[in-house]
Design a protein around this ligand. Sequence first.
Ligand code: ATP
Ligand code: MG
Ligand code: MG
Length: 381
Amino acid sequence: GDWLGMIGGGQLGRMYCHAAQSLGYKVAVLDPDPQSPAGAVADLHIRAAYDDQAGLKQLSERCKAITTEFENVPAQSLETLASASLVRPGAQAVAVVQDRIREKAFIKNIGVPVAPYAAIHTPQDIDAAAEGLFPGILKAARLGYDGKGQARVKTREEARQALESFGGVACVLEALLPLASELSVVMARGADGQAVFYPSARNEHRDGILAVSTVDARSPDQAIAVQAANAALAIAEGLEYVGVLCVEFFVLQDGRLIANEIAPRPHNSGHYTMNASVSSQFEQQVRVTAGLPLGGTASLCSVVMLNILGDVWFDDATGLKREPDWPAVLAVPGAKLHLYGKSEARRGRKMGHVNVLGATVADAVGAASRVAHALGIPFQP
Ligand code: ATP
Ligand code: MG
Ligand code: MG
């Protein structure tokens, strides 16, 4: 079969490999980590840094189309690859999304509301920030994920300290908003501009990390979800985006919808599509990368996705590590387990997820609470 290329060796790359291989492709993964989850299942693992010229050359000679699984791939590398291969998404779109300052300005400019914010380059920018940005969150403009590189700050003084603790890197300071809920839109846009949307998931975070996503297959998308899908489409079109992307949204207590950030790739909140949708978000990424028709996004059932963090390896009583009780998870009807093959369980590290399926959302929630109990994860329906 033909070869597809993947920059990045994490779990998203691994699930992409599985989907691509199902459709008859071979995948070459570029990642420096010899133990990377995607490298372990790829047909070829090129062990090189994301900006290594020889590695990039090997990737583009092998693959006619290349994609990525994380936003921090150097945009320059995508640019380099684009001279020899199709690269989806393109360097321009990724360059905007990987810098929170450019990302926020772009979204606002499109006419989609974002949290009130200021770009912070120096301590003086904090002195000059509007009073309304406190209490706020200082977020490093680059390289953050899972709430890393972020600090909640009540005062200017705390913001100055946080900026210093980040080593003075460029940041955005945004107002801490009163959230009613969080939702995300995962969508795909083909090279011809055609776009498809998955039903938006309702997301719950714990300590800045996604914990639970829920999709009710029976309730048609509510007005707020339609609004979110339209905003995501405007963003994708504005970026001339080709590929799978996710836009995270906040719903405020007064009902307003605010865009938080864009992920230029499949997203954790879209993992539910692996078992509960006609085509998974990873199959969709394969289709877009390879120039195939887009797949169906309809839901087959309701679903609750539970993230499995490294914390569940730690026994509460002893604090020692032990293997979680997978048979107890698998005993729950509707539970579909996905483990990423990571070398070591660490607290806060994403190790896998469980998609718990149900004919109704109540069924899925009931089964999910049994799975959560088996893993010792807190779960409040
Ligand atoms: P990801 O892993 O999604 O890339 P991240 O490190 O980029 O995470 P954000 O998505 O910016 O972080 O924030 C993580 C979570 O923190 C959000 O999902 C939300 O729960 C909370 N949060 C972020 N910004 C705000 C805000 N302005 N007001 C209130 N809560 C916020
Ligand atoms: Mg992020
Ligand atoms: Mg986020």
